[in-house]
Design a protein around this ligand. Structure first.
Ligand SMILES: [Zn+2]
Length: 399
């Protein structure tokens, strides 16, 4: 039973105006927030049958743990004695005392939390560089792919190609003037299969920065060669746009971050994002779009199997790297830690206003009502938590 699903269904659907008279249906902000919990529940259901067994060499004792960390996210309190608490910081509300998985690839909740922190770090880098007369460009690297390519294979080849390119003389010459870079790996899925790609932000401590057209042409020649060595083919242009390597001026952090907003739905809690619109056009979807499709179509569907493949291929992989921005981080006092697990489990300054026993929380979890429980806490405080927990435990929607 998924109480959150019933909750979302009962929410009124509004309209969002895109300009030029175009409007699309837009769910309420409450529905969007609760939907993240539905997506988490879906990811956990998909991950559920996969276990890794470990045999103790001395005792022969077999221990089992889930293959995917997302299975354990927000499932139980860290300290059963203390139960699960609710915190508030201005208009933000959340659970405290729950173990989070920190997997930004497969967990929509940890992704939102961790990416919020990364966004601040990236913004601080842009601000530091741009306010010191510097400049920045966005560089996107892609490679061609087909529906037959496995994601794991594509990711390995992509990474090897980037690595060998980074060591070659021509490339080193092209980045000579660069003061640092942020590298983000993204994955989408479309009619031509998995689409892993990288968005870089390159920083310069002078302005204007490089000629973007020239840089794109020079980088393309190098990228094509190194990708080719790994068996990846690269397209120079598609429909008049640079595709293998695209370079653009970045006037601020927002331009860079908006790219991920579209692909990662970072802004899921602020408004309906363009990622969903992409889903409608049928060209490519974010992984959350794929997960939603898997949940709707169920076990045995293509999307379900694709999400398992995705969880396996991204396991242990870094999503954002600030390694090449080390000097800039030091210069502008930007925290360069990118420990996703630690950040997902970080608790900020906040006030605790309600606590639920471990057993009550467990019942709400079993009935799939975490998202709507949190909404009740947000709007009605302590009394809302108690009333919603009782209703959800009895299989009723509380709104
Ligand atoms: Zn998580």
């Amino acid at each position: 039973m998924r109480i959150d699903h019933e909750y979302v269904k009962q929410q009124p659907v509004g309209v969002r105006h895109l300009g030029n008279g175009v409007a699309v249906p837009a769910p309420s902000i409450e529905a969007i927030r609760v939907k993240r919990y539905l997506l988490l529940g879906g990811a956990q259901e998909i991950a559920q049958p996969y276990w890794i067994e470990k045999v103790d060499k001395e005792t022969g004792e077999v221990t089992k743990r889930s293959e995917f960390r997302v299975s354990c996210c927000m499932r139980s309190s860290i300290d059963p004695e203390k139960g699960v608490s609710f915190w508030r910081n201005e208009d933000r509300v959340g659970f405290a005392g729950l173990m989070r998985c920190g997997n930004v690839w497969s967990c929509p909740l940890c992704c939102a939390k961790v990416m919020g922190i990364r966004e601040k770090q990236i913004r601080a880098l842009f601000d530091g560089v741009l306010s010191n007369n510097g400049s920045a460009v966005m560089v996107t690297f892609t490679a061609a792919h087909t529906p037959e390519d496995s994601l794991a294979d594509l990711l390995v080849k992509f990474k090897k190609a980037q690595k060998s390119m980074s060591m070659c003389r021509e490339y080193r010459h092209l980045i000579e003037a660069r003061a640092g870079a942020v590298v983000t790996t993204e994955i989408m899925y479309g009619q031509s299969g998995w689409h892993p790609h990288q968005h870089h932000a390159w920083f310069y401590l002078f302005s204007p920065g490089p000629n973007v057209e020239q840089l794109a042409a020079d980088l393309y020649a190098v990228w094509e060669r190194h990708a080719g060595k790994q068996g990846l083919s690269v397209l120079r242009e598609w429909r008049g746009r640079n595709i293998g390597v695209d370079v653009r001026q970045a006037w601020g952090a927002s331009e860079y971050l908006t790219k991920f907003d579209r692909e990662r739905d970072w802004g899921l809690d602020s408004e309906m994002t363009a990622g969903r619109l992409k889903l409608a056009s049928g060209t490519s979807v974010s992984v959350w779009g794929l997960l939603e499709d898997a949940i709707c179509r169920g076990n045995g569907s293509g999307s379900w199997a694709l999400f398992v493949e995705y969880m396996r291929a991204t396991k242990g992989k870094a999503s954002i790297s600030l390694k090449a921005a080390r000097n800039l981080c030091v210069q502008f006092g930007v925290d360069m830690n990118v420990d996703d697990f630690a950040d997902a489990n970080k608790s900020g300054e906040s006030e605790i206003f309600a606590t639920l026993s471990g057993a009550s929380f467990d019942q709400v979890f079993r009935n799939g009502g975490l998202g709507s429980l949190l909404e009740a806490a947000r709007s009605r405080g302590l009394s809302g938590v108690e009333a919603a927990a009782a209703a959800i435990s009895n299989g009723c929607v509380f709104s």
